[in-house]
Design a protein around this ligand. Structure first.
Ligand code: LLP
Length: 420
């Protein structure tokens, strides 16, 4: 169910009129529904009936601490990829022993900090990283709990930019070298082998690549166990796709978990999943105001006050997000196509091509849907624009969960040296 619905022709988030939020904080802003976030988490956790599942929310999808806290309150762990994400996770009450650290480029500072915080597991992505982790752990007089991320050479995901499981992608260690690297890990003083990890891509709406990747790690686990390696944790990554265009083609969660159970469920191991998009995408909208309407001889444009710096998915991935008027109107009862564009000086600053609207006007409000994942986290200050606000709604309450970062604050950070 969606928590963004029309009530008397006005789009609301739960029981809050989005246009009322505009009156108090202006536009553009991100708005999230707490009930929607909670429902998503509960849908996921209740679809898997075995009790060996640990959900580690992939913080990169939306790292606002209120969003993280929403999931930690429901028992979630976290998948982090930087010291910043780790700090946010801990501040939002994720227990240290429910945190896994992924990513190809963990720095010395990041590893040391995570070792001090005694996290659940490091998902290691290269031999160099493995050796470095061992040295740093040894220096602290401890062993680093480690999984090796396997690259299974399987194509998956919404598009090439978010596919991670092919050998030409930078992620993980080729499945062919898995046994060798576990042997090396075993010989390193600062490493304690804990598990195995895989993540093949994002926005995956087909079970087949998951099935192949589970089979790939199952073979490796069997081989490792025949050599007396201890694998307690199987981290199968994130990647569950959602239905951006209401096409009914998204992954069926029950079928996904049936597959997990069938392939990996009865091995007596903890299964970790790292969902990001599934938990957050559909729980967020971006509200923006029409600045100008421009009608050219062969094209109509609606120019809005949000830009590709605020929300880059359409520009970067050609992603299509539904756009709805915040207040429905039937001004002329005739729809015309408009390109919805932002104010940034790039042709790619385009949210939607040929959106059918009824006589849109300057000052009208629009909402981009399903922007709760990889929305605000990917924003920038390009064109010297501010970082926009984020609002959380629960029933009749709404609260700012991130203040707008005003442009003056950003401008004053530049320094002009005396010698210039
Ligand atoms: N685990 C690892 C190791 C990851 O790299 C990712 C996402 C996830 C979990 C979470 O994947 P999810 O469940 O959200 O699919 N910016 C792109 C998506 C990039 C995904 C990066 N890694 C987008 O907007 O589509």
């Amino acid at each position: 169910m969606s928590y963004f619905t029309y009530k008397e022709s006005r789009l609301s988030a739960e029981n809050i009129d989005l246009a009322d939020i505009v009156k108090s904080i202006g536009t553009p802003f991100y708005c999230y529904s707490l009930s929607s976030l909670q429902d998503k988490y509960k849908a996921l956790s209740s679809s898997y009936t075995n009790d060996n599942l640990l959900i580690c929310y992939s913080i990169k999808a939306n790292s606002n601490q209120s969003i993280i806290k929403c999931f930690s309150d429901l028992g979630s762990g976290a998948d982090v990829v930087s010291i910043g994400e780790l700090k946010r996770a801990l501040k939002a009450n994720i227990p240290n022993k429910k945190i896994v650290f992924s990513g190809v480029g963990k720095t010395t500072e990041e590893i040391n900090y995570a070792l001090e915080k005694d996290i659940l597991m490091f998902n290691v992505e290269s031999l160099d990283e493995l050796k470095h982790l061992s040295v740093l752990a040894k220096n602290q007089g401890i062993k680093a709990p480690t999984a090796i991320r396997i690259n299974p050479n399987i194509a998956a995901g919404g598009n090439a930019k978010i596919s991670t499981g092919k050998t030409e992608d930078k992620f993980g260690i080729s499945w062919e070298d898995a046994i060798d690297i576990y042997n090396i890990a075993d010989s390193l003083e600062g490493i304690e082998i804990k598990g195995i990890d895989i993540h093949i891509g994002s926005q995956i709406n087909d079970l087949d690549p998951f099935s192949k990747s589970f089979e790939c790690i199952l073979d490796i686990i069997k081989e490792l166990e025949s050599r007396n390696f201890n694998i307690d944790i199987i981290d199968i990554g994130g990647g569950i796709g959602i239905d951006y265009k209401d096409e009914g083609k998204n992954l069926n969660i029950d079928e996904y978990f049936e597959l997990v159970q069938e392939k990996l469920g009865d091995l007596g191991k903890t299964i970790i999943i790292e969902p990001g998009r599934y938990l957050t995408a559909e729980s967020g909208v971006l509200v923006t105001e029409i600045i100008y309407v421009k009608k050219e001889s062969n094209k109509n444009f609606v120019i809005v006050d949000a830009g590709m710096n605020d929300f880059i998915r359409p520009t970067l991935y050609g992603a299509e997000h539904k756009i709805l008027p915040v207040i429905e109107n039937t001004r002329s009862n005739s729809l015309e196509p408009y390109d919805i564009v932002g104010p940034i000086c790039e042709t790619g600053d385009l949210f939607f091509k040929n959106l059918a609207l009824d006589n849109p006007k300057k000052g009208d409000l629009l909402a981009l849907l399903s922007v709760g994942a990889y929305g605000s986290v990917l924003s920038s200050n390009y064109n010297s624009r501010p970082t926009i606000s984020e609002v959380l709604v629960k029933d009749h309450q709404s609260e700012l969960i991130r203040d707008k970062i005003e442009i003056d604050e950003i401008v004053k950070r530049d320094k002009i040296p005396d010698w210039l």
